[in-house]
Design a protein around this ligand. Sequence first.
Ligand code: URA
Length: 362
Amino acid sequence: MAKKAAPKEMQRLDKIVAHITGWSRQQATKLIRDGGVAVGEEVIVDGATKVSINVPLVIAGFNDAPEFDDDALELGSAAGAVSAQEALAAQVFLLNKPANYVCADRDKNHNVVTTLFRAERNSAHLHCAGRLDIDTTGLLVVTDDGNLIHNITAPRKEVNKVYIARLDRALPKHAVRRFAEGIKHPEEEKRYQGATLTPLTPLFSELAEDAAGADGAAGAAGADGAVGAVGATAEHWAAVQLSQGRFHQVKRMFEMVGCQVQELTRVAIGALNVTKVQLELGAYRRLTPEEVELLFTNQDYELSELEAMWHCYRKAMATAAPHYLPPQLMPSGTIAPEDQAEAELEAADFDEVDADGNFRIY
Ligand code: URA
């Protein structure tokens, strides 16, 4: 994988401040001019000054609460100081994407994934490496490193991804072969590349047979020769391993063999998978450089490994906050985060006003 080029040792102060804070260059210049930035111990007021990226910076309103002494801005201690070197290093996160969030930089109607990173410095520079649908959960790299995004998403890089899907019905027998040969979807000009489809339904046969025993339902393979049609309560799960990432590709491939996807999650990117990272739904963490390399290490997963990933997925779903679940799994009455504030206002009792004239909410 191509590495991000090392930043130059000496850089303009306004550029560094804008990068560290995520503020515009104009805002950074004004703050510097107002004496709001100290480089090491020294306040520098000219944004064009070149400073070393290794020296810690104190930035008023960012990592320092400015104090005013005789109306002059005083910078406090350098306790929260951050060097540009630290700030310029690529940030690479792995998120277990919740449902109800979209992989976009902006969206008028939906939550965007990057809002989950608000607490991170420079979060305005973070972008998703690829897209998962709004109702798809699972592993997603979020980073400010454009090269990394390119390397993960560029078709010719052929990064391997694994999805697990719950289907509305049993897979027809020919599905494994059709996936391997490459499926043609009417909305796509070209046939999809071949993919490995692994039915996971045998995982559930015991469970389903138990239930069938209790109510006398059929427990054998379906009359149409469907794989894993083990009883009235059977769930139909399958894993797909592929290296392409076309729009709605996994859902569309299943559609072409007559199945509808009811839950979809990404459980692996390359050799990095949910059994190694163990993230709750909606949680993320930084990746180490070694873990970033794993993204580019292609791996053919065996059934037992796919089953272990399925178990991780189920565990994450069982403990997930309700508003992170896809709509069809959300308990009734769940309030989406964007509606939460509005609901609180509606439920509020507005009979007191505070000293600033704001309503108090109980
Ligand atoms: N394929 C899909 O259909 N949806 C996704 O979110 C990812 C892959």
